[in-house]
Design a protein around this ligand. Structure first.
Ligand code: HEM
Length: 260
C-alpha cells in the first residue's frame, strides 16, 4: 500500500497511520520516488529482525515505542525522535522491546544493479539438471538452515506447507526455472509475478533476501558436496543476487499498489 503519490505535496500524521500487527511486522510505503522510498514500519512488541545488510543507504527515524538496534556491532537504544543513518552494506539487527514504529528512508542504491556475466549464465545453465535432480533436497535443507539460524522468519510461513514438502517443492521448481531461463528472463515474468504477490501477502522484506541467499547457497553446497566447486558457487552467488533484485523491484511495485 502506498499512502501518497510523489506528484503531489502531502502531509500525514504518522501516529494516525500506525497499526500494529498482533505479531511480526506491518509496513506501509508512505511515498516513493525515483531516488527514495519512505516506509512506515510497525513492529509488535518482541519482534526481532536478525542481522542483515541493505544495498541502499537508509535512515531510521523512530516515531514511537522502544527497542534496540545493533548497527555494525554497536547497540543503539531506539526511542521516539531518534534518527539513525545506516550506510549501505552496514550489518544491522533490530529488536522491538515495546510496540515500535519507525520510518525507514531508503535512498538511491549505492550498489549498481547486478549484471550477470556470460560465464555465470553458462555455469548456472550447466547446473540446471543437477538442480532438477536434487532440487527438493536442496530447498528442504535451505529451509532447515534458515529456520534454525533465523527462527523469526518462521512466523511468515505456513509451516504445514513445509512439513508436507509443498513449499520446498515450489521453491525448487522456481530455482530450476531460473537456472533454465537465466538468459531469457521474459519467460520468467509470470512466475516472478505470482511469487512476488505471495511474498507481498506474507510481508517479505528486501532485507530478507540476503538471509534466503545465504541459506540457499549453503544448502547447495551441503547437498552437492564436491560438485559445488568454487566456480559453481561464485556463479550462483551472482545469479541469486540478480534474481533477488528482480523480486525486490517487482515487490516494491506491488507494495505500492496493493493494500496489505
Ligand atoms: C530469489 C529468492 C526467492 C525465491 C526464488 C522464492 C520462491 C518462492 C516460491 C516459489 C513461493 C511459492 C509461491 C506460491 O505459493 O505461489 C514462495 C513463497 C514464499 N516465500 Fe519466497 N522466494 C524467495 C525469497 C524469499 C524471501 C527472501 C523470503 C523471506 C523470508 C521468502 C518468503 C516466502 C514466504 C513467506 C512465502 C509463502 C510461503 C507460505 O505460504 O508458507 N521468500 N517463495
Amino acid at each position: 500500500m502506498t499512502v501518497a503519490s510523489s506528484n503531489n505535496s502531502f502531509t500525514a500524521t504518522l501516529q494516525d497511520l500506525i497499526e500494529y500487527p498482533t505479531s511480526g511486522i506491518l509496513s506501509k510505503v508512505l511515498l516513493k520516488d525515483q531516488n527514495s522510498q519512505y516506509t512506515l514500519f510497525c513492529l509488535a512488541a518482541g519482534t526481532e529482525i536478525d542481522e542483515h545488510t541493505s544495498t541502499r543507504n537508509a535512515v531510521l527515524t523512530v516515531v514511537e515505542g522502544t527497542g534496540n538496534l545493533n548497527l555494525e556491532g554497536k547497540d543503539i537504544t531506539l526511542a521516539p525522535g531518534l534518527f539513525v543513518f545506516m550506510p549501505a552494506n552496514a550489518p544491522h539487527a533490530l529488536q522491538a522491546k515495546e510496540n515500535l514504529a519507525f520510518v525507514l528512508t531508503l535512498s538511491e542504491k549505492s550498489v549498481k544493479k547486478q549484471v550477470v556475466s556470460q560465464q555465470t549464465i553458462d555455469i548456472v545453465k550447466s547446473t540446471a539438471n543437477v538442480l532438477k535432480q536434487h532440487g527438493k533436497k536442496i530447498t528442504t535443507r535451505m529451509y532447515e538452515i534458515m529456520f534454525d539460524k533465523y527462527p523469526e522468519v518462521k512466523a511468515q510461513f505456513d509451516m504445514s506447507a513445509q512439513a508436507n514438502g509443498t513449499q520446498p517443492a515450489k521453491l525448487a521448481a522456481a530455482v530450476y526455472s531460473y537456472a533454465t531461463h537465466i538468459d531469457d528472463l521474459d519467460r520468467l515474468k509470470a512466475m516472478v509475478d505470482k511469487i512476488a504477490h505471495r511474498h507481498v501477502k506474507t510481508h517479505v522484506l528486501p532485507e530478507q533476501y540476503s538471509i534466503v541467499g545465504e541459506c540457499l547457497l549453503k544448502a547447495i553446497q551441503d547437498v552437492l558436496g564436491d560438485a559445488a566447486t568454487s566456480e559453481v558457487m561464485t556463479a550462483w552467488t551472482e545469479a541469486y543476487q540478480a534474481l533477488a533484485e528482480i523480486f525486490i523491484d517487482r515487490e516494491q511495485q506491488i507494495y505500492q499498489t496493493v493494500a496489505h
